[in-house]
Ligand binder design. Structure first.
Ligand code: HEM
Length: 411
């Protein structure tokens, strides 16, 4: 696997670089939690933090640990136009600007706002499954449901016309990909830059369109914030926000849904049967998937002052990676942490992060997972994974599989 990743997550440690290791990083995490819970990796010039308590501490302290990669001593300005847009977003801003940016779209991601759209989300999931499920008894959970569903939902919320959705899917995927073994680094970088520019150009046109003709969609909310008297957003920030909403919520939710099917199919007994029609049990099982196979395994921060953790001194300007996927398997926090327990009571997992940057889209992701999975449970039973070897995602910080073929009986 390549070391490419979004800003602040530039490098995968040597230990996880081959694809097999990325499918099962959990033993390595455990060894690190015990032997070197806070360690400096000179190759990546980065600190790694593995224990639950320490990860939470870093995420809780915006002053000591900035989310802005530009504060790192070794930060390199992106060269290509458009590539830096993501740096102007809430994800990489510290308070107080962070709160101002998040405030622009916050309302749209509240559970009560989303509840109105749930029936429509059910229809979308139903349509996808109408095409995929049949007497042939097999499907690829990723290609048939987990991938198209979240991208269609966010495209609708933003107000992207259905005819542009395929382009939209390709972009959202390219942005979080790492280079494949077959592609050299330059070709990969060029493809990434090309995508960034196409996306920026596309959103610029959409922004112009909404300025003239506002609709009931997120793009119009963003445009209004850009053009209102207070000038709450600059043009770059408005563009960055569109791109962030597109990329942050797709591949993550795709992997939540696919990881859930994988966990359910591997569980003892017939978990599909137990969860069918029981929203509360399904909701709790989804939380356990977020803990046990966290779609986002790592996040980046930069120390703003010298700080000591577990006897190690992290210096101001050093990059720090917090391993959410490791924190969520920490036995100090979770009993039988390496066991998937679908009815585990509230777990305080860190799958959506913690503190100021706690995932804005968490209510949407939870709703999509519930709607998508219950639509699937309604249509199929006796689900089995096939013998096909699983391939991990090509992203350097997202946990999941490229495809998940299953066999089932139609209900
Ligand atoms: C932030 C995970 C779905 C939008 C985050 C963070 C995590 C995360 C760990 C914290 C980043 C940090 O601390 O630096 C996930 C997972 C998802 C998911 C596991 C699905 C299972 C979504 C969706 C959206 C979204 C559906 C919206 C469409 C965002 C945004 C932020 C964020 C905008 C930045 C929040 C801030 O900086 O205040 N997400 N996410 N995410 N997520 Fe999600």
């Amino acid at each position: 696997m390549s070391s490419a990743g979004p800003q602040g997550l530039q490098a995968v440690p040597r230990e996880l670089q081959d694809r097999e290791a990325w499918l099962d990083p959990f033993d390595w995490y455990e060894r690190m939690r015990e032997a070197a819970p806070v360690r400096y990796d000179p190759e990546r010039r980065t600190w790694d933090v593995f224990r639950y308590e320490d990860v939470k501490r870093v995420l809780n302290d915006d002053e000591l640990f900035s989310a802005d990669p530009q504060k790192a001593d070794d930060f390199v300005e992106p060269e290509a136009p458009g590539e830096g847009l993501i740096l102007d977003t809430m994800l990489f801003e510290d308070p107080p600007r962070h709160g101002e940016l998040r405030g622009v779209v916050d309302e749209w991601f509240q559970p009560r706002t989303l509840a109105d759209r749930e029936p429509h989300f059910r229809e979308l999931a139903g349509e996808l499954l109408d095409d995929a499920v049949g007497p042939h008894g097999q499907m690829d959970v990723v290609a048939d449901l987990a991938y198209p569903f979240p991208v269609t939902v966010i495209a609708e919320l933003l107000g992207i016309p259905p005819s542009d959705r395929d382009r939209f899917k390709t972009w959202s995927n390219t942005i979080v990909e790492a280079a494949s073994d077959e592609e050299n680094a330059d070709a990969f970088a060029e493809r990434q830059q090309q995508t960034q520019m196409e996306m920026a150009q596309y959103f610029l046109e959409m922004i112009e369109d909404r300025r003239e003709d506002p609709q009931d969609d997120l793009l119009s909310v963003i445009v209004t914030a850009e053009s209102d008297a207070g000038g709450r957003l600059s043009r770059e920030e408005a563009l960055g926000m569109c791109i962030l909403l597109l990329v942050a919520g797709n591949i993550t939710t795709t992997n939540l849904i696919a990881n859930a099917v994988r966990c359910f199919a591997e569980a003892d007994g017939d978990l599909f049967d137990e969860l069918r029609g029981d929203d509360r049990a399904l909701t709790s099982a989804i939380e356990e998937v977020l803990r046990y196979r966290s779609p986002v395994q790592a996040m980046g921060r930069v120390a703003t002052e010298d700080v000591t953790m577990r006897g190690e001194t992290i210096e101001a300007g050093d990059r720090v990676i917090v391993w959410l996927g490791s924190a969520n398997r920490d036995e100090r926090q979770f009993e039988a942490a390496d066991t998937f327990r679908p009815n585990r009571s509230p777990t305080q997992h860190l799958g959506f992060g913690h503190g100021t940057h706690y995932c804005l889209g968490a209510p949407l992701a939870r709703l999509e997972a519930k709607v998508g999975l219950s639509a699937l449970l309604d249509r199929i039973e006796h689900v089995r994974l096939t013998e096909a070897p699983l391939q991990p995602t090509r992203s350097s910080f997202i946990y999941g599989v490229e495809s998940l073929p299953i066999r089932y009986d139609e209900r």
